[in-house]
Design a protein around this ligand. Structure first.
Ligand code: PEP
Ligand code: MN
Length: 333
């Protein structure tokens, strides 16, 4: 349920209302937008007397929210959420590139890629230290050593780090990570989501291979219900009957999510297509659809990559994609 507060209402009056709602067993979320103040009511709102609420002097209107996601709902928070990390903003018209290898492999590799993608305009360095591989016999990532190498790259380049967490038990190792990624395979690992909700780290939440947008938003809701509202959603392709591409990029997820939620939406064209030559057209389509950013896999030597070489761009190719994406962004302004 949301209650729109009349313009000119004092803070004290809003505070009194919040206190009363809390005594009714309902928690509140306030969104002070440019044009309106919206009070979101979370919890069991069935006992709230809507008529009584509607007739309060400070209330403009009251509306029930039918969707199961509340905190993530655009109706709760009409303005775009902007997430700021080390001076880099994502969302609300602020676009960013997150680039780097699928997995951190060596000091030389991560430093070279970091420097090159930074020069091409990437704001964030990505790189997997803990890798969710389909086969237990495949390279599982350098794990704690991988995180140390990412920190080294951060010190050398100043780029904030995005890397995936697979288990709550690894959380202490992620203290210096700037954005924690939840991979597609863990989108519905609810215990992990709850634990991340108790942190104040920005979370990049990837859409599951076979999950719809409502489920993605409910996973965001799990994190937000714990108090962490810094979530970036990521469309990374879904599994369809098509076999020529690794996944199918759901471009429509971008405008649809923008309608449904205030959270920023980025697109990962690398995992969505699985083919380096398709990354550019997919990246351009995502930018044209209004994505708030792109996450792209870049390797200094894709043929030798220990993971996802076929979809990895060289630094030169990334530079070309970034320029083309910026042209599209200019064109749709
Ligand atoms: C990744 O970003 O490296 C990754 C494993 O992606 P996804 O979870 O989308 O498969
Ligand atoms: Mn990958």
């Amino acid at each position: 349920m949301i209650a729109v507060i009349k313009q000119g209402t004092s803070e004290k009056q809003v505070e009194n209302l919040i206190q009363w709602l809390n005594t009714q067993g309902v928690s509140t979320h306030i969104s002070n937008g440019e044009y309106s103040t919206v009070l979101g009511l979370v919890g069991d709102t069935s006992k709230i007397d809507i008529e009584l609420l509607e007739n309060l002097e400070i209330i403009e209107k009251v509306k029930r929210i039918s969707e199961p996601f509340k905190n993530a709902n655009r109706k709760f928070h009409p303005d775009d959420t902007v997430i700021e990390v080390n001076g880099n903003k994502i969302g609300g018209g602020n676009f960013c590139f997150i680039a780097g290898p699928c997995s951190v492999e060596s000091e030389e590799q991560i430093l070279e890629v970091a420097k090159r993608v930074k020069a091409a305009g990437a704001a964030f360095l990505r790189g997997g230290a803990f890798k969710p591989r389909t086969s237990p016999y495949d390279f599982q990532g350098l794990q704690a050593t991988g995180l140390e190498l990412l920190m080294l790259a951060k010190r050398e380049t100043g780029m904030p780090i995005v890397t995936e967490i697979m288990s709550t038990k690894h959380l202490p190792l992620f203290e210096d990570v700037d954005i924690i990624q939840v991979g597609a395979r863990n989108m519905q690992n609810f215990e992990l989501l709850k634990e991340l909700g108790r942190t104040n780290k920005p979370i990049l939440l990837k859409r599951g291979l076979a999950n719809n947008l409502k489920e993605l938003l409910m996973s965001a809701e799990y994190i937000m219900a714990g108090g962490n509202e810094k979530i970036i959603l990521c469309e990374r392709g879904i599994r369809t009957f098509e076999t020529y591409t690794r996944n199918t990029l759901d471009v429509s997820a971008v405008p649809m999510l923008h309608e449904l939620t205030h959270l920023p939406v980025v697109v990962d064209p690398s995992h969505a297509s699985g083919l380096a030559r398709l990354v550019k057209p997919m990246a351009l389509s995502a930018a044209a659809a209004g994505a708030d950013g792109l996450m792209i896999e870049v390797h200094n030597n894709p043929q030798k990559a220990l993971c996802d070489g076929a979809q990895s761009l060289t630094p030169d190719q990334f530079d070309d994609v970034a320029k083309a994406v910026n042209t599209v962004r200019e064109a749709i302004k």
